[in-house]
Design a binder for this molecule. Structure first.
Ligand code: ZN
Length: 489
């Protein structure tokens, strides 16, 4: 599988996004015909085999059929029910046979420009190494295992996790953030690194981050798919890992490789994942067959994680299990927290299967096998694509930082999502409409056992050394809300 044989595409997705904006209709462009399918762009270069299409789907089941037929779905505008993605000539022929007409438009070509600023595997590792060296008292870099290429002696890449905690964390509630299951989703290692920096750099300054490090067991795995990412960093449009199996040729929109987010070992292979190695959603040879998914499952099985957040791009969505079945997940808290993550990010929150059917994805496994409340965030819109200018990471972080913080705040007691939130401004407590407000000094305590304080009271004592103060409130329905951490001085 030489680099030369990989599709090298040739213009920025930003240009295509402009084209898409024109072609797709909406307020500013001609409406997409009600017959549904439109090819925005075809044939990146002479001899290339894929076309980019937008498809107006009728239902999640309709979109699932398209995915099953091998479409590489890049992203979805779920309000307008338009899916964007890439198809092979054979798939295009198949689409043309559907009752919906396919229009073909030529346009600029696409590749992954990998704007300056994005981390490569090496610079990501350097950043994590520096970060852990800067605060050895609260974090350490952990080797979670080899990549597929490494197991074959072709590379020396590992999957790295930053473990952030204080003291013995093994029994504390945990939160794990992961990025880059899909190689070309280059925004996602950046958001994960920002999560790590937010916590480590602010420990001792920001009371919420100080409390998180004291009370929780936190893991950040910015790059689950370093082999694939290495191809993306060279400008290739690459989704899967690089497991070539017995293939000696590169086929399909993404060549060989296993879709790591269809490979997890919970209801693996139950639809919404391809059995064909050349397809973008190829599920792999067996449940959890890939070293990368094994590394993640091993980590997530080793500790009592409350929450898992896996960052993908793009579609501006917050998704939770299940993906493999229409049944709703048996956790009201998971849904309530997911709705709140939607509010905080501005993304649309929904159960995964309402987008389209998937099986073997990380969140289904983490919730199904480990009971971890799990979310996929699809960062960015079609206009952002996989390859936005690096400066856009600032905006994505602004959208995703509040949700990343929420998981830390709720990790000891997810049901607190149903209670009132306390604000502490200039040392003064505000929790309008609360039945009871209480504080714990130094350590978090059981709701109902703290020192009662009135609305509008000052939290600060002005005495003794600075310590953390946790404030929480009970609603009129009896539900206790999350703890808000603040300083005693
Ligand atoms: Zn993805």
């Amino acid at each position: 599988m030489s680099q030369k044989s990989l599709p090298r595409l040739a213009a920025t997705i930003g240009v295509v996004a402009t084209l898409a904006g024109c072609a797709l209709g909406g307020p500013s462009g001609p409406a997409l015909g009600d017959r549904g399918v439109r090819v925005l762009e075809k044939a990146f270069s002479s001899g290339s085999r894929e076309a980019i299409v937008s498809y107006r789907y009728q239902s999640p089941a309709d979109l699932t059929r398209l995915v099953d037929a091998g479409m590489d779905v890049w992203g979805v505008d779920s309000d307008r029910r338009i899916a964007y993605g890439q198809v092979s000539p054979a798939q295009l022929t198949e689409l043309r046979r559907r009752p919906d007409a396919v229009q073909v438009e030529t346009g600029p070509q696409i590749y992954n420009s990998f704007d300056k600023g994005y981390h490569t595997y090496d610079t990501m590792l350097e950043d994590l190494t520096k970060l852990s060296a800067s605060r050895p008292d609260i974090c350490r870099l952990v080797d979670l295992g080899p990549t597929w290429e490494t197991t074959k002696g072709k590379a020396s890449r590992r999957i790295w996790g930053l473990h952030i905690s204080k003291g013995d964390a093994s029994a504390k509630p945990g939160v794990v953030y992961l990025g880059n299951h899909h190689a070309r989703e280059i925004v996602t290692p950046e958001i994960s690194l920002n999560v790590a920096h937010m916590i480590v750099d602010q420990e001792g300054k920001d009371p919420a981050m100080t409390a998180a490090v004291q009370d929780l067991d936190i893991w950040v795995v910015p790059m689950v798919n370093p082999d694939g990412h290495a191809l993306a960093a060279l400008g290739n449009d690459w989704r899967k890992n690089t497991n070539a199996g017995n293939l000696f040729f590169d086929v399909g929109p993404n060549g060989a490789g296993v879709d790591l987010n269809r490979n997890y070992a919970h209801h693996w292979g139950e639809g919404g994942a391809s059995t064909r190695p050349q397809d973008p959603t190829f599920r792999g040879a067996g449940p959890g067959s890939e070293p990368e998914t094994q590394a993640v499952m091993k980590l997530a099985s080793s500790r009592p994680f409350t929450f898992l957040m896996t960052y993908h791009s793009f579609s501006n969505l917050i998704l939770w299990p299940w993906g493999y079945t229409d049944e709703a997940p048996p956790s009201k808290e998971m849904i309530a927290v997911g709705q709140q993550l939607g509010k905080l990010s501005g993304y649309k929150p929904q159960q995964s299967k309402d987008l389209y059917r998937t099986s073997g994805d990380l969140t289904d496994w983490a919730f199904g096998a480990r009971g971890i409340l799990s979310y996929t965030t699809e960062i960015g819109s079609w206009g952002d694509g996989f390859d936005p200018p690096y400066r856009e990471v600032t905006r994505f972080w602004r959208e995703n930082e509040p949700g990343a913080r929420l998981l830390l705040q709720l990790a000891d007691r997810p049901a607190a999502i149903n209670g009132p939130e306390v604000r502490v401004e200039a040392g003064r407590i505000s929790a309008p409409g609360a039945r009871r407000i209480e504080v714990f000094r130094g350590r978090k305590g059981t709701p109902g056992k703290g020192q009662a304080l009135a609305e509008g009271s000052l939290v600060a004592t002005g005495r003794g050394p600075r310590q953390l103060v946790y404030v929480q409130a009970q609603g009129t329905d009896g539900q206790w809300g999350p703890s808000t951490a603040t300083w005693s001085d």
